[in-house]
Design a protein around this ligand. Structure first.
Ligand SMILES: NC(=O)c1ccc[n+]([C@@H]2O[C@H](COP(=O)([O-])OP(=O)(O)OC[C@H]3O[C@@H](n4cnc5c(N)ncnc54)[C@H](OP(=O)(O)O)[C@@H]3O)[C@@H](O)[C@H]2O)c1
Length: 327
């Protein structure tokens, strides 16, 4: 099955509807780790993603404190030409692993050099500011990224977690190829202003955590949550705690018949739902094992009917009411 592609904003680059996200394969040994992860399994997952036709990968220097980039670099050795490679800068870590953020020019440049080495490549296709923080340094960091484009170390410049105001500020300096915001059935903050703004300004949109970090896959239960390793950050996330967690499990139950009648799995349905918006270029979908990405890759080719979208709206409204009543 060949995977459908969409154009990344003004760049015209064709990305598959699903891109592989590599946060979880950074492993458990840091503040936002996902518990133990075997590197061999991570490499196999990345290679399977390419085997099934996914043509782009998202990583970040901070994922696993450099480990995710290193694993991506290893996995794509000999296959660099098959991948549109995206990474991010900004977050740093102290010796005790605590994360802080920097966007000073010298810091951005140094980060880029280190990412190129870990990724074992001469050029990064998409280099993104991970967070608009510290706000007073956004323009300085972006100006340096524009220089890195001129020097040929990166091909395109993008941003993540930016508001419309942040986008306006950096667009005046250098064109923005892409925005990477959160978007899922549970996080819809981008719908009213950011998605239309990106469409009007020809900015590609690559959305993250479409399955809410695994919560919408149908593989979560109270027992699974209780058994998560102590160093899996999801334990502390509000969507995985009462009263939201119970309401989220009920939502997933309600989604099952919609998935079934479309011949989709729940994971595929969650991804197809974010891709229903034409402003969205691609969904960044995390995977820790080859079978996971093999399943989700196909979601980029699925289309939902208006009736399905309406039914999902009703389920989401019910979820809100349940949470409000329990709070
Ligand atoms: N820019 C940012 O600030 C930012 C923030 C978050 C994420 N991101 C990017 O977006 C990517 C995707 O987001 P995400 O990883 O947070 O969440 P996600 O894609 O919603 O969920 C990924 C997780 O779901 C589970 N999963 C994946 N495929 C599955 C399947 N077929 N069946 C059952 N479970 C499955 C896996 O975890 P388990 O098997 O452990 O359940 C996997 O790690 C990240 O990897 C990262 O590249 C960026």
């Amino acid at each position: 099955m060949s995977l459908d592609t969409r154009s990344l904003g003004y760049t015209g680059e064709q990305l598959t509807g699903v891109g592989l996200g590599t946060w979880a394969i950074g492993g458990g040994d840091w503040q936002y780790g996902w518990g133990p992860q075997e590197d061999q399994e991570s490499v196999a997952a990345i290679r399977r993603a390419l085997d099934v036709g996914i043509n782009w990968i998202d990583t970040a220097r901070v994922y696993g404190l450099g480990h995710s980039e290193k694993i991506v670099g290893e996995a794509i050795t000999g296959r660099r030409d098959e991948v549109f490679l995206a990474t991010k800068c900004g977050p740093h870590w102290k010796e005790d692993g605590t994360i802080y953020r920097r966007l000073k020019a010298a810091s951005v440049r140094k980060e880029c050099e280190s990412s190129l080495k870990r990724l074992k490549t001469d050029v990064i296709d998409l280099y993104q500011i991970h967070w608009p923080d510290p706000p007073e340094d956004i323009e300085e960091g972006w100006t340096e990224i524009a220089k890195l484009v001129e020097e040929g170390k990166i091909r395109y410049a993008g941003v993540s977690n930016f508001t419309v105001e942040h986008l306006r500020a950096v667009q005046a300096i250098h064109p923005v190829a892409s925005l990477q915001p959160p978007y899922s059935m549970l996080r819809r903050g981008v719908e009213d202003a950011l998605l239309p703004y990106c469409a009007e300004n020809n900015i590609g949109v690559i959305v993250y955590s479409p399955m809410v970090c695994g919560l919408l896959t149908g593989k979560f239960s109270k027992a699974r949550l209780a058994g998560l390793p102590a160093n899996d950050w999801r334990r502390g996330n509000l969507e995985f705690r009462a009263p939201a967690f119970e309401a989220n499990l009920a939502l997933v139950d309600g989604l099952k018949p919609i998935a079934e009648r479309n011949n989709l799995t729940l994971s595929q349905l969650a991804i197809a739902w974010v891709l229903r918006r034409p402003e969205v270029t691609s969904a960044i979908v995390g995977a820790r094992r080859p079978d996971q990405i093999e399943e989700t890759a196909r979601a980029g080719n699925a289309a939902l009917s208006e009736d399905d979208v309406r039914t999902i709206e009703n389920l989401l409204a019910q979820r809100q009411e349940t949470i409000a009543a329990a709070s």
